[in-house]
Write a protein that binds this ligand. Structure first.
Ligand code: ATP
Length: 314
């Protein structure tokens, strides 16, 4: 079966439960997150063969990340770094409906990834390599790893997928722009939110942004527009996909659910309307539960949603 390879950092997650935040509260839930891992889990749940490459610490969160990804059917190629801890995200309620996320990410294990961590032959044997702008901004060795992975993919004729995934806590847009443009030019498929697209090609509406992104080189461009759906331009053919109307509880992870589903459909040889339809349904379903990857849909949930049924199982 065709293989999707992702490379990136997963972070442990501690979410405070109830009021008081993490400084005063006494209860928390633990999990993990990270864009590339979320995409890997989503694509795997939808039946794709998926491998994840990354670096974790020799600590319980590293073990949790490896074990959970494996449990989700992802082929895990993790280097355990004895000198660095797994990166962490701390989530807490700061008041009515407001959430604060702090990252303990600087110098963590994921930032220590090097091109030598890419298992030889894995990328060359894949159908699609998926990378994000996050790994390009984490550290210089992580950036080198992203570019090495892209070079290995291109040399072997492997499709390169790039989700801009701008993180302003890692680097300022003006510092990241040239790197994003370079990765977009090297990619076959580019995903960007409207704000992210503007970092690369300046302000404009979705069709204009897609045209300008395509002019950088990728055959396929998808502009994600949140509850307004997504706009794709593939080899000159435009496709506007509306969002599926749901009562969103937590939209974190919707973008990754969209990308994971789009790529899973791509591996199956689905048409552009099929890829966009399944991706939008997946993004909508991911909004129905909290958690970065816990709400990634199964095929059965997608079928139920698209058949017009109540997507929430009770
Ligand atoms: P993230 O916040 O995860 O980084 P993103 O900006 O990458 O998200 P979005 O555009 O927010 O991506 O979401 C991706 C897709 O998920 C959208 O194109 C849409 O199809 C679907 N989606 C997102 N939010 C909603 C919503 N509130 N209701 C229905 N569908 C949604």
């Amino acid at each position: 079966a065709p293989l999707l390879v992702t490379v990136g950092e997963c972070l442990g997650l501690v979410s405070g439960v109830g009021a008081g935040g993490l400084a005063y509260g006494t209860q928390a839930e633990i999990s993990f997150g990270g864009a590339e891992g979320n995409v890997a889990i989503c694509a795997s749940r939808l039946g794709a063969r998926v491998a994840w490459v990354g670096r974790v610490g020799a600590d319980p969160f590293g073990e949790r990340i490896e074990r959970t990804l494996r449990g989700e059917g992802v082929d895990v190629h993790a280097t355990r770094d004895p000198k660095r801890f797994t990166a962490m995200m701390l989530k807490e309620r700061t008041g009515e409906g407001a959430t604060r996320v702090s990252y303990l990410r600087d110098g963590a294990a994921g930032s220590g990834i090097t091109p030598a961590d890419l298992p030889s032959g894995l990328i060359a044997g894949a159908s699609v390599l998926h990378i994000t702008g996050i790994s390009a901004g984490l550290s210089s060795s992580s950036r080198d790893t992203v570019f090495a992975a892209v070079a290995a993919a291109r040399a072997a004729g492997v499709t390169v997928s790039f989700d801009v995934n701008h993180r302003s806590k890692l680097w300022a847009a003006e510092d990241a722009a040239a790197t994003y443009q370079e990765l977009a030019a090297a990619a076959d498929i580019v995903f960007a939110g409207e704000d992210e697209a503007e970092i690369l090609v300046g302000p404009g509406a979705a069709p204009e942004l897609a045209l300008r992104l395509a002019a950088l080189g990728p055959r396929e461009v998808v502009v994600k527009r949140g509850e307004r759906g997504a706009y794709a331009l593939v080899a000159g053919v435009a496709h506007d996909e509306p969002a599926v109307n749901v009562r969103a509880i937590d939209t974190v992870g919707a973008g990754d659910a969209f990308v994971g589903a789009y790529l899973a459909e791509h591996l199956r040889g689905g048409s552009l309307p099929e890829r966009m339809g399944v991706a939008a349904a997946s993004g909508a379903l991911a909004c129905l539960r909290t958690g970065d990857w816990e709400a990634m849909p199964t095929r059965a949930q997608l079928r139920a949603l698209r058949a017009g049924g109540d997507p929430v199982e009770r």
